[in-house]
Ligand binder design. Sequence first.
Ligand code: NDP
Length: 492
Amino acid sequence: MTSKSHAESTPQATTIVILGASGDLTRRKLIPSLCNLFCKGKLGPEVQIVGMARSNLTEQEFRDSLIEGMEAFDEFSPDSQEWDEFTSRIHYCHGDVASNDDLQALEETLRSVEPAGTPANRLYYLALAPFLYGPAILNLGSTGMAREENCWRRVVIEKPFGVDLQSARELNKLVHSVFAERQVFRIDHYLGKETVQNLLVFRFANTIFEPIWNRNYIDNVQITVSETVSVSDRAGYYDQAGVMRDMFQNHLLQLLSVVAMEPPSSFEADLLRNEKVKVLNAVRRSAPEFATQTVVHAQYDGYLHESGVPAGSRTPTYAAMRLNVDNWRWQGVPFYLRSGKGLNDKRTEIMIEFRRPPHLMFPQDISPNILAIQVQPDEGWHLEFQAKSPDEKMELRPVDLEFHYDDSFGGQAIPDAYERLLLDALTGDASLFTRSDEIEEAWEIMDPIIRGFAAPDAPAPASYVVGSNGPELADDFLAKDDRRWLNRSWQH
Ligand code: NDP
């Protein structure tokens, strides 16, 4: 890959610049992940971290706020010597990313921490509200901070990337006016999860699965991202986004594309992403007026009483959707996607339901084989198949072959997705980041559906009880296709 070979020939000194450094994402994910990488010796000796936000903090106050944040989230507790070594590399510069002068001041700070005389590489991480992505990128351009002279410059952009196809296209255009695509790392942290990467290994490093990974053997695919939390203090953002923009356009479609893609000829960023784009391109588009035939949506009871939710809001907090992938491999195999807040379970799972045997010689009706890929929690796989009950005449029952990370890898901790993704961005490997065309394809799928449900005559969202499995409507939706949701509670 171009950017990787470029990285290999550049000097070691690298600065990670976090724009929006006093926020939740920085405290909860970025700093713990960077600290972990540092403690594992993966950051390199020449790394500096510079944070910027408008709050007027001293360097020490900033460092203190980071450790308080990490303790509060209870995610990681380095020993004090490691923490001291790590924080000695953390610096702070207060300022507004929308101000050209403030970015000039940031440039001064960066130069003061970078080795004199040798240009350092820089990774700009936009941990900002989405409306600030544009101003921040334009200012990085106008101040010359995106220029690569004997060094690399990369930018990591958080989700959400746009709110619809048009805004995503405009943002891509703006980003490309400053950075080349090879410098851009649009993050979808689901792709950084070990289980999702393992899906690629599972499919393409084993010969036994790929021959059956198609319409001849698979009846349907179900992808679930369920959350127990309500919108709580994120209502302001959430009510604008809803579950379609918050979960479907990014995480769920990314999972779908990894399940459905063809094998690339090698594990290289662009080849991998080409295959994912082809899948998204093959997903059948729905016209807005038909959105209600392929999607059901609902809102949890009490959503309207959450602080920050406008009266009468019709924002869905749950949706279930059927997508068809129009290509040879998947013709006729529905992909059912569902996600919601306030449900009875926090779980991300991909279920592959295989076809029934063409002829059953046993008197008993049986359930088809199921392959369950548990993305989180309790990361692992289950393959459900039929076996004969011992000491019975011919009674069959489903049994389970399973693989779990903690059993198979000696309890080795699974790194947070951000850890992997930060390291990839630092080494210039964009395989697990979303390319501009991928983002636009995903919006092209979701846009008509979102518009369909926003129409004045569209049905209001159904309701569901907090702590339940979701609305009954979602069960009816699958029943109409003669199928049911595969809700398993695996005992491990
Ligand atoms: P927060 O609101 O917690 O933090 C935003 C940060 O931006 C603060 O440090 C704020 O500090 C700073 N900021 C605001 N305006 C400016 C400005 N004009 N110039 C410089 N800094 C500014 O947001 P999050 O950390 O939760 O989220 C950041 C991004 O990450 C969002 O796009 C979000 O969608 C995405 N994201 C977040 C996740 C999370 O777990 N939090 C998960 C996935 C994505 P100050 O007010 O001091 O300027």
